[in-house]
Design a protein around this ligand. Structure first.
Ligand SMILES: [Zn+2]
Length: 687
């Protein structure tokens, strides 16, 4: 058998994916030719359409596979689609969803369905108006999702249709208390399944998903090994109303039963302005979905709507555009998800916006093909709030960074970064202490945000403090004071102090440890901070309580921050806290940072390299979210380090095609870009 998983397979080339989430009632109006032509006009080269699971969009012979009753008589719609797309060189990915099915099947095969603790099934959308059958959640370990329906359906489609890929919607196992799941849980962990899904072992649901998808994956590879399977991965732990708890995934667990992975960065605005997703969500999801070798790129699925309750209208264009652009700018593959197809999409702005983004991607995708991230800083990553907030600080300060997953600590890879950040709560275990010590000994720099006494005493010698650490109460009305040696942290800030709140771990530094910042304790209780000013003097303007300590260790340095710095930045968005973080990283990583710029914090920058090219993406997120306007930025300047012995041949504005001027000097190139609208990529061509 020819092994097509090696070498130049289609899914290792640049892709622009468009998923039509079809409604069965629209089936009769579908014209395959027209849909394929419009897909091509939108500059997509991969299409994803409903094929099996909830509804079969072909005449399936598998029992209990519900055939779409709106399929036209005497025609094979699925075949028509595939032919029409293939004629235009558009790959066809078949979407399957075995997570729910009909009440008629439930009555015949109740053992296939997921159960609450009280054994009742999970109904899905039982209050939906209209003449619909009732859906119920299936169990990931049951026959429907495995050998009885899932496997034969997959085989039936692969044997009869020339599909190019398989995508699983809603593949995750949801909490299930059926006898079979309880038995499996007991076998795996040697204890009874807890009553509350929140108390499940942290890898249980992931394990159930892996087992189930493994069965499907094998079925695919048995029939047509060249067909890639695309599976969701979950970059953050979260909870949803429909499916319950989602645990953050290990991407390597997902790759064990998949060829490609995808994630959603749904821009849910319908939860209200206090609940809108982090601005950096897509870029962070893409960074968290990269493998160590950077060989396979994650898909970033972006829904066209401002929340599923408003799935029939589009996201505001000025918000939608840069949100989508973050995916390719973070080296992910765009995957547009729309409700219906062009004839039924009545908000035509969705079509215009997707087309605009795809055409921008076309301009830069060949340059980006095979490019690798280039970064100064490595952020240790376990999907925590602290990690996200540090990522936000780094993005706003244009500091180039990569993530290293807690489940894949790699000393050799870590050694290649100028500075490493270990955020609050990131556990030092399984030999990480030795890895960090070796890294710093060899000249690396570590920024350690440690917020519990145990976290500090665990590595006291490394941090350069006594083992005696005590945590104080939450302080208001207090400040961080820059000491003489802390001057680099206040660079660009003409002040002696910055705002502070929080709990301090009181440390006693070794004599050789440099104290860069100290605490100015509360000048007044919170209730009288405003009045009277006559008594607003600071009673103790100077203490020796350290808030930042720099310790030399081997050839390198450790900067210990003994309080929750990331929350200070995230809670108040004061520029000082971002600026100080930048200065701390600069202090650690040296003057020669890859990218230096005074661009506004709302512009996201990401940097990549190839043999004779440096590529810099600029995505304009300037303005208050959700963005009501596109605010162009003019005269953007930046300075980029160029590799030794290389020289600049040209600098191009690849997407925006704006004017660029540049000057090379002392191993760097100074670039001036006239204008940035939404997204641009600068290519620095080297010789
Ligand atoms: Zn079950």
């Amino acid at each position: 058998m020819e092994d097509k998983t090696m070498g130049n397979v289609w899914w290792k080339e640049p892709m622009r994916v468009l998923q039509y989430n079809l409604q069965v009632r629209d089936t009769p109006g579908m014209d395959a030719e027209k849909i394929a032509r419009e897909t091509e006009e939108m500059a997509a080269n991969v299409v994803v359409m409903n094929v099996g699971g909830i509804y079969a969009w072909y005449r399936s012979k598998v029992k209990y596979h519900h055939v779409n009753e709106f399929l036209p008589e005497g025609r094979d719609l699925l075949q028509e689609w595939i032919d029409a797309f293939h004629k235009r060189n558009i790959k066809f990915v078949a979407r399957f969803d075995f997570s729910i099915t009909d009440d008629t099947t439930y009555q015949q095969k109740p053992q296939w369905f997921a159960r609450h603790k009280d054994k009742s099934p999970y109904y899905r959308g039982e209050k939906r108006m209209g003449n619909w059958s009732l859906f119920l959640n299936t169990c990931a370990t049951g026959g429907y999702r495995n050998e009885e329906v899932g496997v034969p359906v997959i085989k039936e489609v692969l044997e009869n249709y020339d599909i190019d890929g398989i995508f699983f919607n809603a593949p995750f196992a949801s909490a299930c208390f059926c006898e079979r799941c309880q038995e499996k849980y007991l076998q795996k962990y040697g204890k009874e399944m807890p009553d509350n899904p929140d108390d499940f072992e942290s890898d249980w649901l992931s394990y159930c998903t892996k087992e189930n998808i493994g069965v499907i994956y094998k079925a695919i590879k048995d029939v047509r090994p060249e067909v890639p399977m695309i599976l969701y991965y979950c970059p953050f732990t979260s909870k949803t109303k429909a499916f319950g708890r989602f645990d953050r995934d290990n991407i390597y667990d997902r790759y064990a039963t998949a060829d490609l992975i995808c994630t959603e960065s749904q821009n849910v605005l319908s939860n209200g302005i206090n609940e809108i997703p982090e601005t950096i969500h897509p870029v962070l999801s893409m960074k968290a979905g990269q493998t160590e070798d950077g060989e396979l790129l994650p898909f970033g699925i972006i829904h066209s709507c401002p929340g599923m309750d408003w799935r029939h209208v589009g996201l505001p264009e000025n918000e939608y555009l840069p949100w989508m652009c973050q995916v390719p700018a973070a080296n992910g593959t765009i995957w547009h998800s729309v409700t219906g197809y062009n004839d039924t999409i009545t908000d035509k702005r969705i079509i215009h916006t997707i087309t605009a983004v795809d055409k921008m991607i076309v301009k830069c995708e060949q340059d980006m093909h095979g490019a690798k991230s280039k970064a100064d800083v490595l952020l240790l990553w376990n999907g925590s709030k602290a990690g996200k907030n540090w990522a936000d600080i780094l993005m706003k300060e244009h500091i180039q960074f990569d993530l290293m997953h807690d489940y894949r600590i790699n000393k050799e890879r870590l050694m290649t970064y100028k500075a490493v950040i270990i955020p609050e709560g990131f556990p030092v275990k399984d030999g990480l202490d030795k890895v960090l010590a070796a890294y710093v000994s060899a000249g690396g720099s570590l920024l350690a945000e440690r917020c519990e006494p145990d976290e500090i005493t665990q590595l006291a010698d490394f941090f350069g403090v006594e083992k005696n650490v005590q945590k104080g109460e939450y302080l208001y009305a207090s400040y961080m004071r820059f000491e003489g040696k802390g001057a680099p942290i206040k660079e660009g800030m003409d002040t002696d102090k910055a705002a502070f709140r929080g709990e301090v771990n009181y440390c006693i530094p070794f004599r050789e440890t440099e104290v860069l910042m100290t605490l100015v304790p509360p000048f007044a209780p919170m209730e009288v901070v405003g009045a009277p000013p006559e008594r607003a003097s600071i009673p103790t303007p100077v203490t020796d309580i350290p808030l930042a300590m720099l310790h030399s260790y081997g050839s390198g340095k450790v900067l210990l921050i003994p309080f929750n710095y990331h929350m200070l930045a995230a809670s108040f968005h004061l520029k000082d806290h971002y600026r100080m973080a930048y200065n701390m990283i600069k202090l650690l990583s040296g003057e020669d940072m890859l990218l230096k710029t005074n661009m506004p914090s709302g512009i996201q920058t990401t940097l990549y390299e190839k043999d004779n090219q440096i590529l810099v993406h600029l995505v304009n997120e300037t303005g208050q979210r959700p963005l009501m306007d596109t605010i162009p930025v003019y005269s953007l300047s930046c300075s980029i380090a160029i590799p030794e012995k290389k020289h600049v041949m040209a600098v191009r504005s690849v997407i925006g095609e704006e004017n660029v001027s540049y000057k090379e000097s002392a191993g760097r190139v100074e670039i001036l870009l006239d204008k940035l609208e939404v997204w641009d990529m600068l290519s620095i061509d080297l010789k």
